[in-house]
Design a protein around this ligand. Structure first.
Ligand SMILES: *Cc1c(COP(=O)(O)O)cnc(C)c1O
Length: 464
């Protein structure tokens, strides 16, 4: 046995042997010789371990070249790439949430590639503040006295709790102790902030008296959290914002709301009702509202805090802010996106445009996509009605009526193989499959995506 292992280890090619193979030269020019050597060392090391543990035979050694080539190919390709979202989930957290509008993209390119007045006051000719570029816009669009922008909404919540609630009690309903995206959990954020969380009420019902009874001299804040990705159906109640606002006025506390998605424009015109806008929350008397820039707002990743001047002033002085500051590319994208709202051009924001499509629009898009796929690949396609979703933890209980194209797969191609092939093309296509068919939703497709899908289907059917 030990003899066999020794023989196998002796058969492993050396680093020098591998480096001399002709196909490594191309990779050495893309990745550099040191990176290629490091990849070889990893693969040889892994195989050596497997041999020693008795999990590898000579077959694996013969396969070494394939493994190495696969690994080199992986690292030689750009890692963060555009993909086609054919899932019908508009704010798709795994696929980059919101796509920026054309004008926001242009502004990012201009600001990123040039010097800018990021922290320079052009009137005074001296030091300025980076947040000044978006604070007025945030205030005007939400009706708040003041605003602040940070890296993301989780950062915004953490900043508010740490700056205003540290060492004090923050009261939150048991019905709102949410986890979002697997890593944002209200109790954890509360812990990090140093605030003492005080839970009140039950999962499905919390009354204003529950909050009132929990208030002590050490209480600083009442926190309301948007349930985002779930809904309690049936017997459910929570006090209104107005009731909570009255209570905090009376007791001299702060009412904060983590709104999550942050709707700026009224979405009820698109048939999406029941979501308050940020403005609604401010008008109802909430002192501080936090929300994301890249969910339903349709801008870049960013966390906004809007609310009362004295509170925002405290946040501004809190040292944690420096660790959460926003990059200039983000500010460029966010400013342009907010200006589209201001100018009444919100329909140029892809996230909103995708939500606005009527069933008729989508049916037309699906018919056109089906035609293109059939023409390019001869694939067996038909148009189907299939529900889309808003995503991003918004409207979890609402299906959007949608249309897509269903591609029936030949029996030699499994669902998994088909999806993998579509993901493996020059522009990866992310779709879904069920029972021998792939479904392409049309709501989330952007200009030119249909041709790429048609080519992807051809490559899939030709087994490229
Ligand atoms: C999405 C969400 C967050 C996290 O926001 P990020 O921008 O992803 O940091 C926090 N709270 C609520 C209620 C959310 O919906």
């Amino acid at each position: 046995m030990r003899e066999a292992i020794r023989d196998l280890l002796r058969d492993l090619p050396s680093m020098d042997e591998l480096l001399q193979r002709p196909w490594t030269l191309e990779f050495q020019s893309i990745l550099g010789r040191d990176a290629v050597k490091s990849i070889f060392a990893d693969v040889i090391g892994e195989l050596r371990n497997e041999i020693i543990q008795g999990r590898s035979s000579s077959i694996e050694i013969e396969n070494l070249e394939t493994v190495v080539l696969g690994r080199l190919g992986h690292y030689a390709r750009k890692s963060l790439r555009r993909v086609i979202n054919a899932t019908g989930v508009v704010v798709h957290t795994n696929l980059g949430r919101s796509c920026l509008s054309e004008s926001a993209v242009q502004n990012v390119a201009e600001i990123a590639g040039r010097y800018s007045n990021l922290e320079y006051d052009l009137d005074e000719g001296g030091r300025g503040h980076r947040n000044a570029h978006v604070e007025w816009l945030l205030s005007i669009l939400t009706g708040a006295d003041a605003a602040l922008a940070v890296n993301n909404n989780a950062g915004a919540v953490l900043l508010c709790l740490a700056a205003l609630g540290k060492g004090m009690e923050v009261i939150v309903s048991r019905g709102e102790l949410v986890e979002i995206g697997g890593s944002f959990r209200i109790p954890d954020i509360m812990d990090f902030s140093g605030a003492v969380m005080k839970e009140v009420g039950t999962t499905n019902r919390t009354h204003i008296e529950d909050y009132e009874r929990a208030i002590t001299p050490r209480t600083r804040m009442l926190l309301k959290v948007h349930p985002s990705n779930y809904r309690v159906v049936g017997f459910h109640s929570a006090p209104s914002r107005e009731e909570l606002a009255r209570l905090v006025r009376e007791k001299d506390l702060v009412l904060m709301e983590d709104l999550g998605s942050g709707v700026i424009a009224d979405l009820s015109v698109f048939g999406l009702s029941g979501e308050p806008t940020v403005k609604n929350c401010i008008e109802a008397g909430v002192d501080l509202v936090t929300f994301s820039g890249d969910k339903l707002l349709g801008g870049p990743q960013l966390g906004a805090v809007v609310g009362r001047k004295q509170l925002i002033a405290k946040l501004r002085e809190f040292p944690l802010l420096r660790a959460l500051r926003v990059d200039k590319m983000t500010l460029a994208a966010f400013e342009t996106t907010m200006r589209l709202y201001l100018e009444g051009r919100a329909d140029e924001i892809p996230t909103l445009r995708m939500l606005m499509f009527s069933p008729d629009d989508l049916l037309k898009r699906a018919k056109s996509l089906a035609r293109k796929i059939r023409k390019e690949s001869g694939g067996d396609v038909s148009v189907i009605e299939t529900p889309d979703a808003v995503g991003g933890g918004a409207f979890p209980a609402t299906d959007l009526p949608g249309y897509g194209v269903v591609l029936t797969l030949p029996s030699r191609i499994s669902d998994g193989t088909a999806l993998k092939s579509l993901r493996g093309g020059p522009v990866p296509i992310v779709a879904s499959a069920r029972a021998g068919a792939v479904i392409f939703h049309t709501r989330t497709l952007l200009d030119g995506d249909d041709i790429i899908i048609a080519r992807g289907v051809r490559a899939l059917l030709e087994g490229e």
